[in-house]
Ligand binder design. Structure first.
Ligand code: R5P
Length: 299
């Protein structure tokens, strides 16, 4: 097996390579002054079983193109099998169209990936379960929830003090899963997002009353608006300690600042996306998915 790392997420690439006991090969990527990219795989990969890691995170379009070029180079090299590990799949929130006349963005990205002839794919906490059905190759669907559950057990002496919360109704399946893993009650925040502006507004909370400790769990933090609104709502309800968990640290706009300034105790994310230094903040802790990837590959 040959492992191709992600030049946009070197720390995760190194951890996965170590956990697989393989050297990392990185694609040689040249970006020309006009923004075009040239991808070159120096190694002889004919007949190889290749595992390639690539998060389609910011800058999303550039990473999508780079990934397609890597897959194409693998095909041209005559690689035998290609397993694509995509910890963060860009455009996943556009898994359906919201209005007539809107492009099916995720469908376009997935079709382009599939056109390069991958053998199988690994995803991590995709935004919706239907995303896994959009691929016509086997999908390994991994989740960071057991990692978060372990962290919650570490943080809290008595789990009867805990309620887990999804800050978005779309996360109901995930919150049920982690509530079952931990044996605690769950609640869900209902929010509305303006289709035009993308602005969000909390409307109501369903499910269990909050205990002294609330752990809010989401698939991703982008602008931070959803998470911070939920944190503030639970603080107003008198909750003593609030922890935030999100698989994907998209951290757009001023997410880091508003999270740091919020009444949250700590924010836990995974290394599915490498958080740039200028977006790191004191309350943030990054948990690695490297072992999860290894286990997923060996099943
Ligand atoms: C929503 O559909 C997702 O599960 C997240 O709640 C959302 O994408 C977070 O976005 P933001 O941080 O911009 O509020």
């Amino acid at each position: 097996m040959v492992f191709i790392g992600d030049i946009g997420n070197v720390s995760l690439s190194e951890k996965i390579a170590k956990s697989l006991g393989l050297p990392i090969l990185y694609p040689d990527v040249k970006i020309f002054p006009d923004g075009e990219q040239r991808v070159y795989l120096k190694e002889e990969l004919g007949g190889e079983d290749v595992v390639v890691l690539k998060s389609l995170s910011t800058p999303v379009d550039s990473n999508v193109i780079q990934f397609l070029f890597i897959l194409n180079a693998l095909r041209e090299s005559g690689a035998d099998k290609v397993t694509a590990i995509i910890p963060y799949l860009g455009y996943q929130r556009a898994d359906h169209t919201f209005r007539v006349g809107e492009a099916a963005s995720l469908r376009v990205v997935i079709d382009a990936i599939l056109a390069e002839g991958i053998t199988r794919i690994m995803l991590l906490d995709p935004h919706s379960i239907k995303i896994t059905e959009m691929f016509d190759v086997p999908v390994m669907n991994e989740t960071a929830l057991p990692i978060f559950a372990e962290k919650i057990r570490e943080l809290v002496a008595d789990l009867t003090d805990v309620t887990v919360v999804t800050p978005d109704m779309g996360g109901i399946r995930r919150i049920k899963m982690i509530s079952e893993i931990l044996g605690v009650e769950f609640a869900a925040v209902e929010k509305d997002r303006d289709v035009e502006t993308g602005d969000i507004k909390m409307s109501s909370i369903h499910g269990a009353k909050p205990k002294d400790i609330v752990c809010i769990v989401d698939d991703m933090i982008s602008s931070g608006g959803t998470m911070v609104q939920a944190i503030n709502a639970y603080r107003k309800m008198g909750v003593k300690k609030i922890y935030a968990f999100a698989t994907h640290a998209v951290f757009s706009e001023n997410a880091s600042t508003i999270l740091q300034d919020s009444p949250v105790e700590k924010v836990f994310v995974t290394d599915s996306i490498e958080v740039p230094e200028n977006r790191l903040f004191k309350k943030l802790e990054v948990l690695s998915i490297a072992d999860l990837v290894k286990t997923g590959l060996s099943v």
